[in-house]
Design a protein around this ligand. Structure first.
Ligand SMILES: C[S@@+](CC[C@H](N)C(=O)[O-])C[C@H]1O[C@@H](n2cnc3c(N)ncnc32)[C@H](O)[C@@H]1O
Length: 268
């Protein structure tokens, strides 16, 4: 081979390696950021009233889960354990798993004897045995994960055959541009959907800091659930009841642009 050809081949392979290394470094940085933002925001989350969850979403989640009495439930990305406690009050034995140490400490402080809280990564659920649970819950966690496909596979692994996974997530129509409503004065004009097919991180302000959520399309989520082996039993777009709306009039925008989505998934 002639020297110029050898030189060109070497140059191309060095460039390829540089691109690969840059992509890997970006993935590592994003992963680190997704994790550290919850470490930094744990106290803010603990002291924030969960108005939408308490005022509307919990009802949809509890209905989706049905009777959990005597069920073994895993709450994946349990935060400080608020929803785990609701489930154990309904008779479930709950294992909550979260990656943020401050949340697990707080959850353990408030736990009853029917709740166990473990530090762990939703993307592998490393210490959790196979087929150990009747029900798995993921309550607004997938937007926080870089490797959502591995997390869905892990949830499948820890469920027994016949078990059910209930996932609540930010609706993909809202996660494409998490910038809030476009307003004219006080009037909400519309909620933008843009760059919908461009999956990846989206930044926004929360508690005076920059926060990142991962946006993916509806079809990507459905494909990931089906690829993992789940069947889709139902897909819900929560809205407030008349009483919930009367108690929280700002929930009216849930009728205009869907904020949340719930997937009910069965392991055959
Ligand atoms: C929006 S909070 C929801 C907490 C809880 N599910 C609730 O509804 O109150 C997202 C949670 O996901 C957790 N989380 C983020 N990445 C995680 C990971 N890789 N493994 C486990 N938990 C994770 C955060 O620590 C945080 O508690």
């Amino acid at each position: 081979m002639r020297a110029p050809v050898i030189f060109a081949v070497c140059l191309i392979s060095v460039r390829c390696w540089m691109v690969i290394l840059r992509v890997e470094r970006n993935i590592l940085n994003l992963n680190e950021r997704l994790r550290s933002q919850w470490v930094e925001s744990a106290q803010d989350w603990i002291s924030t009233d969960q108005v939408v969850r308490v005022g509307m979403l919990d009802r949809w989640m509890l209905d989706a889960l049905g009777d959990v009495a005597d069920n073994a439930v895993i709450d994946i990305g349990c935060g400080e354990g608020r929803f785990s406690r609701l489930l154990s009050e309904r008779g479930a034995s709950v294992t909550g798993v979260d990656l943020t140490p401050a949340f697990i400490e707080r959850a353990r402080m408030l736990a009853s004897e029917r709740e166990t809280f473990l530090l762990g990564n939703a993307e592998d659920l490393g210490d959790i045995p196979d087929a150990a649970f009747d029900v798995a819950v993921s309550y607004i966690v997938l937007v926080d994960l870089h490797d959502y496909r591995s997390a869905i596979e892990a949830a499948y692994r820890v469920l027994r055959p016949g078990g059910r996974l209930v996932v609540c997530n930010i609706h993909p129509m809202r996660s494409s541009q998490p910038v809030g409503w476009v307003r004219q004065g006080d009037k909400k004009l519309f909620y933008p959907v843009d760059d919908y097919m461009d999956e990846g991180p989206r930044e926004f302000n929360w508690w005076d800091r920059r926060f990142v959520n991962m946006h993916r399309t509806l079809s990507s989520y459905i494909e990931a659930f089906l690829d993992a082996g789940f069947t889709l039993a139902a897909l819900l777009e929560p809205t407030p009841s008349a009483a919930e709306l009367a108690a929280n009039p700002t929930f009216d925008d849930e009728y205009r642009a869907p904020n949340f989505i719930i997937y009910i998934l069965d392991k055959p």
